[in-house]
Design a protein around this ligand. Structure first.
Ligand code: GDP
Ligand code: MG
Length: 324
């Protein structure tokens, strides 16, 4: 019995929300410490100084926001909006910028639908993509934890057959989390792994099937062809599948993550982003760049290496955690 089921038993089969609380603001704030400190050291002084707004204040704010990797374009836009509000005398003092900025960011990000799709007939198929090392497999473990803590039945498909270690790693997580897994040998055809897994998920009445995929083949073209093929193969069994294509992006790579997203979205229909490693970076502002530049909703964030280090992306708590 893995730790998950042990824990579940210990808690009398109740829903598991982890020791630190799966969705607590505290945990989220902790995960965003580095980004918040970066923003904080730059802009908090501005917010709390309570002087009249002038151009030099806006300049200062602009460079602090850019340093948190929000990206030049989104920062330009928001500074323009602040300037307009100041000119229109909606805001006059620096302490008023704080609320204005927070509300503005929340409003923008709230345009995203950050929830996982819901469907009528299970299993729902989630294909997970992303380049090597961004945290795909770990994020799948987190999603599994998240879904299992909602009482769902989850099956995993080890369709990253390119590296032997990849199958093992997913298998280890499956055991730990008490999830079913379908795997073939290294080098097996990823499409047939996905297909077999879908068959198994249907016959075992799973709620979710999550497909792990390779992050690197010999060329980018090969990788995109493989992902499209996995899609086509599962569609033979379930035409609407995969219901979600989640792209994992590593927040520590900042603006580069946005470039990666653009490459993937050209080749496959990405429905959501899992932004990993936010705990290890001061570049959490990249979320805003994603909104402006690729406009694919961030649905989950990763804030550590454990299965429970996941949070649903919620614009309100995210912005609060960034600026509190
Ligand atoms: N700090 C931190 N590390 C992470 C996070 N997600 C993944 N990692 C680490 O990143 C490394 C690569 O992860 P892995 O899931 O194997 O990436 P994959 O190649 O895309 O499947 C591992 O050492 C993970 O523990 C995260 O949210 N925070
Ligand atoms: Mg992997």
């Amino acid at each position: 019995m893995g730790w998950f089921s042990r824990k579940k038993k210990a808690e009398g089969g109740k829903q598991i929300y982890g020791k630190k609380g799966l969705f607590s603001l505290e945990k989220l704030k902790q995960g965003l410490n580095k980004t918040r400190n970066k923003i904080g050291s730059g802009v908090m002084g501005i917010f709390t100084s309570n002087k009249r707004i002038d151009e030099s204040v806006l300049d200062e704010l602009e460079s602090s926001l850019i340093e948190s990797d929000m990206g030049v374009k989104p920062v330009d836009k928001i500074i323009e909006e602040i300037r307009a509000a100041w000119k229109a005398k909606v805001i006059n003092d620096t302490n008023e910028i704080y609320d204005f900025l927070k509300n503005n960011l929340k409003q923008n990000l709230s345009k995203w639908n950050t929830k996982l799709k819901t469907i009528d007939s299970a299993p729902m198929v989630i294909m997970v993509a992303g380049v090597n090392g961004v945290g795909k497999t770990t994020s799948i473990a987190k999603l599994t934890y998240f879904l299992k803590s909602e009482g769902k039945k989850v099956m995993l498909a080890a369709a990253d057959t390119f590296r032997a270690a990849a199958v093992e790693q997913l298998d280890t997580w499956a055991k730990r989390l008490g999830a079913d897994i379908v795997k073939h040998q290294t080098g097996a055809d990823p499409g047939s792994v996905a297909f077999d897994a879908l068959e198994a998920a249907i016959s075992r009445k799973m709620d979710y099937l999550i497909i792990d995929t390779a992050g690197r083949l010999h060329t980018h073209d090969n990788l995109m062809k493989e992902l499209s093929k996995i899609k086509r193969v599962v569609q033979k069994r379930t035409p609407e599948a995969p219901h979600e294509v989640i792209l994992v992006l590593d927040a520590t790579t900042g603006q580069n993550a946005i470039a990666q997203a653009k490459l993937f979205t050209e080749a496959i229909d990405v429905t959501g982003i899992f932004l990993s490693k936010l705990d290890g970076t001061a570049k959490g502002g990249v979320v805003l760049g994603m909104h402006e530049e690729i406009n694919i909703p961030v649905k989950f964030i990763g804030i550590g290496e454990q299965a429970e280090d996941i949070s649903r992306f919620d614009p309100h708590s995210f912005v609060d955690a960034l600026f509190d």
